[in-house]
Design a binder for this molecule. Structure first.
Ligand code: ARG
Length: 585
C-alpha cells in the first residue's frame, strides 16, 4: 500500500489520506494475467455508503475518478472496474519495493503494515485446550488447543500482550469416584510414569463399579473430605493434578504449545461461594422450590430464560466457577479482551456466563468472547477412538513416516522421526484450518497427508524446497536489487501476492479465522511452484533468488503464526526426498 501515495487520490476525492488506507486493497492474483496491482473501492469512499448506491452509479463514479487521475512515475496504468478504480504500478518499482520490504521486515513482514498502525495494543487473556483430568482428551480439546494457540500466536505477532490459560477440569464429584478408584485399583508407580493413561483406566474401572451403593457412598465421602480440605485426601488429589500437568506440558511441547497458567475449576471453590453471596446481595439470586439457586436472564423477568448457579446443598456449579474465574482474571490481569475457545456445544454456557456478569454490573463482560468451532467426525487412531492427545501425535507421525518410506526417492534423512512429526502436524493443522471454524468436517488421514493437494505437507514441502534453493544461492547479495530480471508474469504474480499479505493478516486478526492465512499460504505455494518451473533459477542471476527469498519469508512469517515451531528446523533433505513427488503448480 505504501507504494501508492494516496495524496493524489486524496486530493481528487477530497478525503484525508488516512481514510483511504482501508479502501485501497491489493488485487488478488487471478488465473487470467494482466490484472492491476491495487484497487480503490468506490463504495467505501462515497459518503452515502454502498447500500444506497446502485451498481451503475458506482461504475460511473469510478469512471469519473479514473479520468481525473494521471499516471506518473509510480502508477503506470489507471482504469475503471466494477465499482473500483484499478492501478497498475510501474513493474520495476513493484519488484523493488516488495522485495525491499520483505528483506527489511524479515519474519515481521506484514505485521508492520500501516493497516495495523491504528489498532491499539491490548492485553488479551486466551483460555484454550482445558481438558478434564482422568477423562479423555477428545478431538474438541485438540481443536481448542490448536485454534487457541493460533489466536494467541497471531495476537503476539501483532504486538499484543497475551496470557495463555489452560483451565483444567480438575474438580467435581468425579474426583470422589477417582479417589476411591485409586484406593482400589491405583498404582503409585504407574501414576508417576504415565499419569494420564493410568488415571483414565482407574476412572473407567471405578465407573463400572459405581453402580453399587457402597462405592457411591465412598465416593461421596471422598469428595466431601476433599471439599473440607482434609490433608491426606487433598494430597492425593494434588498428585493426580500435578502429574497430569507435567505430562501435558511434555505433550503440548510436541505441538509447539505452552501455557502461562495452569488454572482450573478447583481454584474457584471458595471464590464461587463469594460469587453466590454477591448475586444474593444484588438481588439476582432466586431460590426454586427444589432449593437450587437460579439467575433470571429473561428480558421481561418472567424466567423464560434462566441459569442455575447453585445446587440445593449450596455447592457451586460449572458456571459459578466460571463466574469466579472471570472476575479473578480481571483482577489479576486487567485484560482488554478475554477469549474462550471451545466447541460450539458450549455456546449457551458462555452466553449465560457473559449475561450474568453483565447483570452483576461488570461492563467488561462485553469484552469477553467465545470463539467456538464445529465438530470433527471420524478421527480414529489404530488403537480406535481418540482418548489421549499423544495418540493423535503418534499416529500422525507414524503415518507420515510410512508415506515417506514408500516414496520412491529414498534419500537419507538425518532425523526422520522429527521430520515426519513436523510435517504430519502441519498436515493436521492445515486440514483443520482450511474451512470456517464453525463448520463441522469429516476427518481423513489420507486427505490430510497427501503431498500434492492443498495440504500442510505441500506447504512444508514448498518451504523446504525454497529454503534449500536459498541456501544454494546464498542471500548475501540481496541488498542491491536488480529488478529488471523479475518481469516474467510468474515472478510478478508472486510479488503481487506477497503484496496482499498484510490484508490477509488483518482479516484473520478481525474475525479470528485462520482460513484466510491458510488459503493465502496455499496460493503462495502454488505460485512459487509455478515460478520455480518457469523461471530459470538454477545457475541463473542471483536476483531471482530474491523472489524465492520473498516467498520463504512470506511462508515463514505466516507459518510461524499458525504454529510456533520454526519451519527452518526442517531438514532440507526433506525436499530432495520428496523431489519426484513435487506437486505440479
Ligand atoms: N473442561 C471443559 C470441557 O472439557 C472445558 C472448559 C472450557 N472453559 C471454561 N472456562 N468453561 O468441556
Amino acid at each position: 500500500m505504501g507504494l501508492l501515495a494516496p495524496c493524489l487520490l486524496s486530493k481528487v476525492l477530497d478525503l484525508p489520506p488516512e481514510n483511504l488506507i482501508k479502501s485501497i486493497s491489493a488485487v488478488p492474483v487471478s488465473k487470467k494475467r494482466h490484472v492491476a496491482d491495487f484497487q480503490l473501492s468506490i463504495a467505501s469512499v462515497t459518503e452515502d455508503g454502498s447500500s444506497n448506491c446502485l451498481a451503475q452509479d458506482l461504475q460511473l463514479q469510478a469512471q469519473k475518478i479514473a479520468e481525473r487521475l494521471r499516471c506518473d512515475a509510480v502508477v503506470s496504468e489507471i482504469s475503471a472496474g466494477q465499482g473500483t478504480v484499478n492501478f497498475t504500478i510501474n513493474r520495476e518499482l513493484l519488484a523493488k519495493t516488495v522485495l525491499q520490504q520483505v528483506l527489511k521486515d524479515g519474519s515481521e513482514y506484514g505485521v508492520k503494515s500501516e493497516l495495523f498502525s491504528t489498532v491499539p495494543r491490548q492485553k488479551a487473556v486466551i483460555e484454550f485446550s482445558s481438558p478434564n483430568i482422568a477423562k479423555k482428551f477428545h478431538i474438541g480439546h485438540l481443536r481448542s488447543t490448536i485454534v487457541g494457540n493460533f489466536i494467541a500466536n497471531l495476537k503476539v505477532a501483532l504486538g499484543h500482550e497475551v496470557t495463555r490459560i489452560n483451565y483444567l477440569g480438575d474438580w467435581g464429584m468425579q474426583f470422589g469416584l477417582l479417589g476411591v478408584g485409586f484406593q482400589q485399583f491405583g498404582d503409585t508407580e504407574k501414576l508417576k510414569s504415565s499419569p494420564l493413561q493410568h488415571l483414565f483406566e482407574v476412572y473407567v474401572q471405578i465407573n463400572k463399579a459405581a453402580e453399587d451403593e457402597n462405592t457411591k457412598k465412598l465416593a461421596k465421602d471422598f469428595f466431601r473430605k476433599l471439599e473440607e480440605h482434609d490433608e491426606q485426601t487433598l494430597s492425593l488429589w494434588k498428585q493426580f493434578r500435578d502429574f497430569s500437568i507435567e505430562e501435558y506440558i511434555r505433550i503440548y511441547k510436541r505441538l509447539g504449545v505452552h501455557f502461562d497458567e495452569y488454572s482450573g475449576e478447583s481454584l474457584y471453590q471458595e471464590k464461587s461461594q463469594e460469587v453466590l453471596k454477591m448475586l444474593e446481595n444484588k438481588g439476582l439470586l432466586q431460590k426454586t422450590t427444589k432449593g437450587t439457586g437460579i439467575v433470571d436472564l429473561s428480558e421481561k423477568k418472567d424466567l423464560s430464560s434462566f441459569s442455575t448457579v447453585m445446587r440445593s446443598d449450596g455447592t457451586s456449579l460449572y458456571i459459578t466457577r466460571d463466574l469466579a474465574a472471570a472476575i479473578d482474571r480481571m483482577n489479576k490481569h486487567s485484560w482488554d479482551t478475554m477469549i474462550y475457545v471451545t466447541d460450539k456445544s458450549q455456546s449457551n454456557h458462555f452466553q449465560h456466563l457473559f449475561q450474568i456478569l453483565k447483570l452483576m454490573g461488570y461492563d467488561w463482560a462485553e469484552r469477553c468472547q467465545h470463539v467456538s468451532f464445529g465438530l470433527v467426525q471420524g478421527m480414529k487412531t489404530r488403537r480406535g477412538e481418540v482418548i489421549f492427545l499423544e495418540d493423535v501425535l503418534n499416529e500422525v507421525r507414524s503415518r507420515m513416516l510410512q508415506n515417506m518410506a514408500s516414496a520412491k526417492t529414498t534419500k537419507e534423512i538425518e532425523n526422520p522421526m522429527e521430520t515426519a512429526e513436523k510435517v504430519g502436524l502441519a498436515a493436521l493443522i492445515i486440514q483443520d484450518f482450511r474451512g470456517l471454524l464453525s463448520s463441522d468436517y469429516q476427518f481423513s488421514w489420507d486427505r490430510a497427508l497427501q503431498s500434492r493437494g492443498d495440504t500442510g505437507v505441500f506447504l512444508q514441502y514448498t518451504h523446504a524446497r525454497l529454503h534449500s534453493l536459498e541456501q544454494m544461492h546464498g542471500n548475501e547479495q540481496l541488498t542491491d536489487v536488480n529488478v529488471a530480471c523479475l518481469q516474467e508474469p510468474d515472478a510478478i504474480s508472486v510479488l503481487q501476492h506477497l503484496l496482499r499479505y498484510d490484508e490477509v493478516l488483518y482479516r484473520s486478526s478481525q474475525d479470528l479465522q485462520p482460513k484466510h492465512i491458510v488459503s493465502y499460504l496455499l496460493t503462495l505455494s502454488h505460485l512459487a511452484a509455478m515460478a520455480h518451473k518457469t523461471l530459470p533459477v538454477k545457475g541463473s542471476a542471483p536476483e531471482l533468488a530474491q523472489v524465492q527469498h520473498g516467498v520463504v519469508t512470506g511462508l515463514e512469517a505466516a507459518r510461524g503464526i499458525l504454529e510456533e515451531q520454526s519451519v527452518r528446523a526442517l531438514p532440507t533433505q526433506w525436499c530432495n526426498h520428496l523431489g519426484e513427488h513435487a506437486p505440479a503448480g
